[in-house]
Design a protein around this ligand. Structure first.
Ligand SMILES: [Zn+2]
Length: 177
């Protein structure tokens, strides 16, 4: 038996847990060496950054999730811009398109996605992208706006998307949560 692998959880939501400290303790016991907690709106992005400052093995991402895309106005974007310079922020996300649940109008989702691709570029950060039932359109927007950015795709992929994903940008896929 070799040593336990050094595991990184690249996508969790500590702010959504009733007992985040317990979850962190269990993660450490399971040999996780680093944990990235994902922002889904401005308040949760603030919380993600706070978790990262309070725990040496936690890092944060900041963004507005496509479900809340309609809430991404100038003030929220300015708030994300302020957070994105924090030394504990390692990506912009999760942002993207979700046409499965359609909780924000699709035009608002498209606008918020492009605005946050630009946010990632301004801060030279990777992009964590949530996509559901919108694969081809998400890839089109990435091809148009995300050239040169590192993109981590998260969530459900359509059949056509999985065959073309590598052409849009430097793309890796992570399992859905
Ligand atoms: Zn998530």
């Amino acid at each position: 038996m070799g040593a336990l692998p050094r595991l990184i959880d690249t996508h969790c939501h500590l702010d959504m847990l009733d007992a985040p400290a317990l979850a962190l303790a269990e993660a450490r016991a399971a040999a996780l060496v680093a944990i990235i907690t994902i922002g889904t709106d401005l308040p949760s992005s603030h919380l993600a950054v706070r978790f990262a400052h309070e725990n040496d093995d936690v890092w944060a991402t900041v963004a507005v999730h496509p479900h809340g895309a309609a809430s991404l106005d100038k003030a929220v974007l300015a708030g994300l811009d302020e957070l994105a310079v924090d030394e504990r922020v390692v990506a912009v996300g999760e942002c993207g398109l979700d046409f499965y649940r359609d909780l924000s109008p699709r035009d608002a989702q498209r606008r918020a996605f492009v605005a946050q691709i630009e946010l990632a570029r301004r801060h030279n950060l990777p992009l964590v992208v949530h996509v559901r039932e919108a694969g081809d359109e998400a890839l089109d927007l990435l091809a148009e706006h995300a050239d040169g950015l590192t993109v981590i795709l998260h969530c459900s992929l359509s059949a056509t998307m999985s065959t073309t994903a590598s052409s849009a940008a430097t793309t890796r896929r992570s399992p859905a949560t």
